[in-house]
Structure formats: C-alpha cells, structure tokens
Design a protein around this ligand. Structure first.
Ligand SMILES: C[S@@+](CC[C@H](N)C(=O)[O-])C[C@H]1O[C@@H](n2cnc3c(N)ncnc32)[C@H](O)[C@@H]1O
Length: 256
C-alpha cells in the first residue's frame, strides 16, 4: 500500500466513524458537553500524561490527531490558546462543534500529521492520544521537532505492542471497542527508533500491566487493586513497561 493509499484508507475509516457519532449527537444519545474529569479519568494514563504538558496557561498548544477534540477543549480550559487537527474532516467538524458547545475557542483544521500546516516553532505543548501508531514516525517526528518551540514538549499516549499475550488477545479475542484501521499497529521499542534519532530526550512510561484486566472485567475494586500493584511493580521493575497495554511517550525539544 502506498503512503497516499494509507492516508485515504485512514481518512475514509475515521470519517465513517465520525458520521456515526454525528448521528448520536444529533439525536441526543450523546452530548458534546463534558467535564475535564470525564476526559482526564477515562483511562488511567490520561491524567498523568496530561500533567506532563506542564502549566498550559498562556501557552500555545496543539491537539495532534484530535479526533473528537476533547483534549483540545481541556487544554483551552486550562488557559492555552489551542489548535487542533485531524486527517478526517468529519472528526475536525466534531472537534469544532465540541469546542463551540463547551464555549471555548479552538482553531480546528483538516491536515496530515506527517505534513503539518503550522509555522516552525509554533507550539509550547503538543498532545496526542492514539495517533502516532497510525503514522510514519520518521515523517511525523521531523514535523513535531519543527513545530515545537525550543524547550517545548510533545506527549503521546499510544497502544503498546511489547506483550505477546496481549498481542494475541488483540488479534484473536472479541471485546468491545476493537475497531481498527488496516495499517495501525501498537508501537514497539523498535518503532521508537526514528523518534529517538530525531529527539535527544524521549521518555517512555507504561500503564496497565495487570490493570488491563479492565478491558474484559469492569469491576472497579479489582481494577483499583490491579492499578495499585502495577504502580509498585513498574516503579521497582521499570522494564516491565514493555508488557503494558499503553505507553506514554514524552518528546522534548532542547532549548536553543
Ligand atoms: C484512534 S483515533 C484517536 C483520536 C483522538 N486523538 C482520541 O483521543 O480519541 C486516531 C485518529 O487519528 C487520525 N489520523 C489517522 N491518520 C492521520 C494522519 N496521517 N494525520 C492526522 N490524523 C490522522 C484519525 O482520523 C483519528 O481521528
């Protein structure tokens, strides 16, 4: 598949998803208005990852591959001036409507994460959730370095592919929310090599080792116990992050 075919297939897949979501907003089955907590606590890695962006007040922030645009709204409510982009015009429309419904201003554009329509050194902070694993990381990494200001940070939350048991489950087991595009792949250590070649400072942390049980068993108490054990295990044995469900990847651009 050529790069153009890949982009087209991603765009069609996500536009279709956005069109289905648009119906649920129109018919009142879902609401565009939400609280910060609803976004920051919808997965265990989101709040700690968001904290890595630092104080956003007065900063220029980018929601990279914004999809529904919830992160853009939360960044705007934290005092940032926010831009957001996505390949799918359907999702860009949702992000724009969501910003409006939540009474914040977000500049939303349709764009490819491998060829950004922003000037050099535009952003202090870049946020991305479940986006890098759709991209060519050499092209995306170069663009990230270009649009970040010196001293800026980009934080990404990405499905991680280092656990063979989880890889098997992702391939074979039925569970909710499994829709995938043909080209996306959970990231592995090897996939990060292009980013490490571009950014001198790449920090990777793992989330949901035992806690990934919540994908099939939504018992709150059990999940909380697993999260507690995970926190201890990952502190003592950081190498176990390779077995986690998700990784948070922070890329820092050095000061000039
Ligand atoms: C799994 S969704 C994540 C969306 C959102 N960040 C979130 O938190 O839910 C992946 C998103 O990446 C977008 N995408 C895929 N390839 C892209 C590309 N080359 N450039 C920009 N966005 C892309 C899709 O349209 C989709 O909205």
């Amino acid at each position: 598949m050529t790069a153009t075919d890949r982009l087209e297939s991603e765009r069609i897949f996500h536009d279709q998803q956005a069109a289905e979501r648009a119906v649920s907003f129109r018919t009142g089955r879902a609401d565009l208005v939400f609280s910060d907590g609803a976004f920051l606590d919808h997965e265990t890695w989101v709040r700690p990852a968001f904290a890595m962006l630092g104080d956003l007040h007065g900063k220029h922030a980018l929601d990279y591959g914004c999809g529904h645009g919830m992160a853009a709204v939360v960044m705007a409510r934290a005092g940032a001036s926010v831009s957001a982009f996505d390949l799918s015009p359907g999702y860009v429309a949702e992000a724009q409507e969501r910003a409006f419904a939540n009474s914040v201003n977000v500049e939303c554009v349709a764009a490819d994460g491998e060829e950004l329509p922003f000037a050099d050194a535009s952003f202090d902070a870049v946020w991305g959730n479940a986006i890098l694993h759709h991209l060519d990381l050499t092209r995306a990494g170069k663009e990230l370095l270009r649009v970040l200001k010196p001293g800026g940070v980009a934080v990404f939350c990405e499905p991680w592919g280092g656990n063979p048991l989880l890889a098997f489950a992702r391939r074979r087991l039925p569970y909710p929310g499994k829709d995938r595009t043909p080209d996306e792949r959970p990231l592995t250590r090897r996939d990060l090599a292009p980013l490490r070649a571009i950014f001198p400072d790449v920090e990777v942390s793992g989330f949901q080792l035992l806690g990934m049980i919540r994908r099939v068993w939504r018992n709150r108490f059990a999940c909380r116990v697993c999260d507690g054990i995970d926190a201890g295990l990952l502190r003592m044995l950081p190498g176990l992050r390779n077995w986690c469900r998700y990784a948070v990847i922070a890329l820092r651009k050095p000061m000039d």
